[in-house]
Write a protein that binds this ligand. Structure first.
Ligand code: C5P
Length: 220
């Protein structure tokens, strides 16, 4: 069997990684893996304050979690213990919880293994914060999307509104900036572009333009 093709998309919160990963995965006829959803689901299941547990307790709790990926393109479904992960994780609060558990080496080690297990079996578009740097360093195509925090807050605001979860845009901007700051400055697997990633500043680009850049990068 041919080696799975891994395309990585990293970048800060609200930059449009999931939208692009889904579209690219559809175009390539392969699944996409939303690794932020894995951190969110773990944080959601373990609950508020779990980031202060000791390692043994965390390790025991993580041992009960099994992730699975099925489907392709935007129909890719990520399940935790047999149940598809739903929209309950899509709030800024759960995003912050995810960022808190994501600072912990024991959580990152557990999810690294889970992410690599998926990548060993399927071709994938994998999106997150450390796909190109830590999880799939040998991936042949790597992208790092960025945009101003104002633009990202605006996009997240529109996205939440679409999900029927209206939010305050200024508050979102603050929350996103705080989360980015924690993600960029943590000791383990901080958010940063891989040396061989293609950087794309999407601030003034339409989704169509970003997609064209990615597709052209994958299929020159
Ligand atoms: O991408 P999303 O906003 O869903 O990610 C939620 C949080 O999970 C991020 O703020 C980050 O702290 C963490 N994360 C991570 N590494 C990844 C994906 C997400 O640390 N590969």
């Amino acid at each position: 069997m041919a080696e799975p093709l891994i395309v990585t998309i990293d970048g800060p919160a609200g930059v449009g990684k999931s939208t692009m990963a889904k579209r690219l995965a559809r175009e390539l006829g392969i699944p996409y893996l939303d690794t932020g959803a894995m951190f969110r689901a773990v944080a959601w299941k373990l609950g508020e304050g779990s980031w202060e547990w000791d390692e043994a307790r965390l390790e025991a709790a993580l041992g009960a979690f099994t992730f699975a990926l099925s489907g392709t393109g935007e129909d890719s479904v990520l399940s935790l213990n047999g149940t598809p992960i739903g929209n309950e994780i899509r709030t800024e609060q759960v995003g912050m919880w995810a960022s808190n558990v994501a600072t912990l080496p024991v959580v990152r080690a557990f999810l690294k293994q889970a992410q690599r297990d998926v990548g060993a079996r399927f071709s994938l578009v994998a999106e997150g914060r450390d796909m190109g740097t830590v999880i799939f360093p040998a991936a042949p195509r790597k992208f790092f999307l960025d945009a101003s925090v104002e633009e990202r807050a605006r996009r997240r605001f529109l996205q939440l509104r679409e999900l029927g979860k209206p939010a305050d845009e200024a508050e979102l901007r603050e929350q996103i900036a705080r989360r980015d700051d924690q993600d960029r400055n943590r000791a383990v697997a901080p958010l940063r572009p891989a040396d061989d990633a293609r950087l794309v500043d999407t601030t003034r680009l339409t989704p169509e333009q970003v997609f064209e850049i990615l597709l052209h990068g994958v299929r020159p």
